[in-house]
Design a binder for this molecule. Structure first.
Ligand code: ZN
Length: 102
């Protein structure tokens, strides 16, 4: 599989805008959180890792995920053996496995 998109090799940078809203910077691009229904609400866990709050569940970024397309796992993946995951592309949720075990 090949891809000519240069941004696939970029690592998103999670930060906060001047008015306190979460932003993601990726190369020359800058993404703002907004209240669209399919847009992930990004936050930061108490360990300083990015998390997504979506439909009442929280997701951690999979540590192996890089680039534009990211895999996120439910925070209860270990403690409750939860298999729910979601994928984001450019800050937008494009697929969701909503099978939570809890
Ligand atoms: Zn879950």
């Amino acid at each position: 599989m090949t891809s000519c998109l240069p941004c696939l090799n970029m690592t998103p940078n999670f930060g906060t805008s001047r008015n306190g809203r979460p932003v993601i910077e990726m190369g020359p691009y800058r993404f703002h959180m907004w209240s669209g229904s399919k847009v992930a609400a990004y936050a930061v866990s108490r360990f300083g890792k990015p998390v997504i709050q979506y439909q009442g569940h929280r997701y951690y970024k999979n540590s192996g995920s890089r680039g534009v397309k990211l895999l996120w796992r439910c925070v209860k993946a270990r403690s409750k053996n939860c298999r729910a995951t979601l994928h984001t592309v450019n800050n937008v949720i494009y697929s969701l496995n909503n099978e939570h075990s809890h």
